[in-house]
Design a protein around this ligand. Structure first.
Ligand SMILES: *[C@@H]1O[C@H](CO)[C@@H](O)[C@H](O)[C@H]1NC(C)=O
Ligand SMILES: *[C@@H]1O[C@H](CO)[C@@H](O)[C@H](O)[C@H]1NC(C)=O
Ligand SMILES: *[C@@H]1O[C@H](CO)[C@@H](O)[C@H](O)[C@H]1NC(C)=O
Length: 404
C-alpha cells in the first residue's frame, strides 16, 4: 500500500494552492510518465548490469500479466548450481517497479540475485506492464470487474504455474502489504502449496481492524458508497480526476488531516531517502479497480478475511450460493509451511495488533517453521525503500530462505 505516498501527493495537489511545477508535472494525468515504455527490465534492471528477461503469462480469466526474471547476480553465474526461484509480489496501487527504487545494493530483488536466487517479479493485473487482456481493454467496464479475489484465484496460480514450469523447482515467496494477503488467501484455499518452499510476509495485511485513521475513514460505508457512486465499478486511477474529487470529500471529513496524511496513513517511515521518494512519485502509483478498493474497505470493516461482499443477501446467493461471502480460513494454511513475518512498530496500515491476530490464527503452526521479526522503528514503506532494510530485514529473510 505504498499508494499512500501518492495519495498524499494527490492531496497536496488538490489542496495546496501552489506546489513546485516539478510536482505538478509528475502528477498531472496528462504528463504522466510514458506508461508502456521502456519496460521494467530495461528501466530498472539491465541498467545496473544484471540480466533480465520479460515474460507474459495468461490468467484463467484472460489477463496477460508481465513477469520479469533476473536469473542471476551481477558477479558469477553460480557455477552451474541451480538457483532457487523466488517470487516477489508487490502491494496495491504499485507495480513490480516499486522494489527497484533504491540503488542495486539496497533493493531486494537485486540483493536476492546477488545472493544466488533466481528472481521473478510479479505485476498485478491493471498496472502499467500488465494491462493487456485477451479480449477486453482497460477502457471497458468489464475489464475492471475484479477484486483481490481474482488475484488470489487467477493471477498468483497462473504466475506460479509458469515459474514452476520454467524452473522445475519449488519457490520461495515474498509479498509486501496486499501481496501478503493474496498469498495467505490463495494458500488457505489449497492453491500454490505444491509449488511453494516457504513464504515471507513484509508488513502483512490480513486483518485490518486496527488500521488507524484517516485511511480508516475509507472503510466507512458512506465512503464506499461514494466511491461506487462516483466511479462505478471501473478503473481506480489514483492520478485521475474522479479520485481527486473523492479525496476532496474524504479530506472534508471531520478529524481527517490531509496535510499530514503520509505519516497518518503509513505510519512514520523512519528510513526513507528523499530521492527514492521522488523516484517513487515518478513511477507510482499504479491503477487498480474500484472493486478492489471496495473489497479492501470491506476487509477493514470485518474481523474475518472474506471474499467480496455483493452487498445484499440475494446477490451473494447468486454469486456464492450463500447469504454471506465465504471466508478465507487462514487456520487451514499447512502447519509445516515455513513462514517468515516482518512487521513494524510504527506501521499504521499493518498495525501490530492486527499482526497479532494473524499470528494467533497461526498459533498451531509448527514452532520451528515460523520466524517473526519485529522492527520497532519501521513503518509500512520502510520494508521496501528503507535505506537500511538490507541489514534490518533482508539479511534475516535470506538466512531464513537458506534454511529450507
Ligand atoms: C462481473 O463479474 C461477475 C462474476 O464475477 C458477473 O456475475 C457480473 O455479471 C460481471 N459484471 C459485469 C458488469 O461484467
Ligand atoms: C540517498 O540517495 C542518493 C541518490 O541515490 C544518494 O546519493 C544518497 O547517498 C542517499 N542517502 C542515504 C542516506 O542513503
Ligand atoms: C478452519 O480450518 C481449521 C483447520 O483446518 C479447521 O479446524 C476449522 O474448523 C476451519 N474453520 C472454519 C470456520 O471452517
Amino acid at each position: 500500500m505504498l499508494f499512500t505516498l501518492a495519495l498524499l501527493k494527490i492531496l497536496l495537489l488538490t489542496h495546496t494552492p501552489s506546489k513546485s511545477s516539478a510536482h505538478r508535472r509528475l502528477l498531472s494525468p496528462h504528463a504522466a510518465p510514458n506508461p508502456a515504455q521502456p519496460g521494467l527490465c530495461a528501466a530498472s534492471v539491465l541498467v545496473h548490469g544484471y540480466k533480465c528477461q520479460e515474460f507474459e503469462v495468461e490468467t484463467g480469466d484472460g489477463f496477460l500479466l508481465s513477469l520479469q526474471r533476473i536469473p542471476e547476480g551481477r558477479v558469477g553465474g553460480g557455477g552451474g548450481r541451480s538457483r532457487p526461484p523466488v517470487f516477489v509480489q508487490h502491494g496495491i496501487l504499485v507495480d513490480g517497479m516499486t522494489w527497484f527504487l533504491n540503488p542495486p545494493d539496497r533493493n531486494l530483488p537485486l540483493i536476492l540475485a546477488d545472493r544466488g536466487f533466481d528472481v521473478w517479479i510479479a505485476n498485478t493485473r491493471g498496472t502499467r506492464f500488465s494491462r493487456r487482456h485477451r479480449n477486453l481493454n482497460p477502457s471497458q467496464r468489464e475489464y475492471w470487474n475484479w477484486s483481490w479475489d481474482e488475484i488470489v484465484a487467477y493471477d498468483l496460480p497462473a504466475a506460479f504455474e509458469f515459474v514452476h514450469r520454467q524452473t522445475g523447482q519449488k519457490m520461495d515467496y515474498i509479498g509486501h502489504s496486499l501481496g501478503t494477503l493474496v498469498a495467505l488467501a490463495s494458500i488457505s484455499e489449497g492453491k500454490l502449496v505444491d509449488k511453494l518452499k516457504s513464504i515471507a510476509l513484509l508488513s502483512p495485511v490480513a486483518y485490518l481492524s486496527y488500521m488507524k485513521t484517516p485511511l480508516g475513514v475509507i472503510a466507512a460505508d458512506a465512503f464506499v458508497g461514494e466511491m461506487i457512486q462516483l466511479l462505478g465499478f471501473s478503473e481506480f486511477n489514483p492520478k485521475g480526476k474522479a479520485v481527486a474529487k473523492l479525496l476532496k470529500i474524504l479530506c472534508a471529513s471531520p478529524g481527517v488531516d490531509c496535510y499530514d496524511l503520509l505519516s497518518a496513513i503509513t505510519g512514520k517511515n523512519c528510513c526513507m531517502n528523499s530521492s527514492t521518494v521522488e523516484v517513487f512519485l515518478k513511477y507510482e502509483p499504479q491503477p487498480t479497480s474500484v472493486k478492489n478498493m471496495v473489497h479492501l474497505a470491506q476487509t477493514v470493516r470485518r474481523r474475518a478475511v472474506s471474499k467480496f461482499d455483493y452487498g445484499t443477501r440475494a446477490r451473494n446467493v447468486r454469486h456464492y450460493g450463500q447469504a454471506r461471502p465465504p471466508v478465507y480460513n487462514l487456520s487451514s494454511i499447512p502447519r509445516d509451511l515455513p513462514i517468515f513475518i516482518a512487521y513494524g512498530g510504527r506501521d499504521s496500515l499493518s498495525d501490530d495488533r492486527d499482526v497479532e491476530t494473524l499470528l494467533d490464527s497461526l498459533r498451531l503452526h509448527d514452532g520451528d517453521k515460523l520466524t517473526v521479526l519485529f522492527v520497532k522503528e519501521y513503518a509500512h514503506a520502510d520494508f521496501i525503500m528503507g535505506v537500511n532494510a538490507r541489514d534490518v530485514v533482508y539479511n534475516a529473510l535470506i538466512s531464513f530462505f537458506n534454511r529450507w
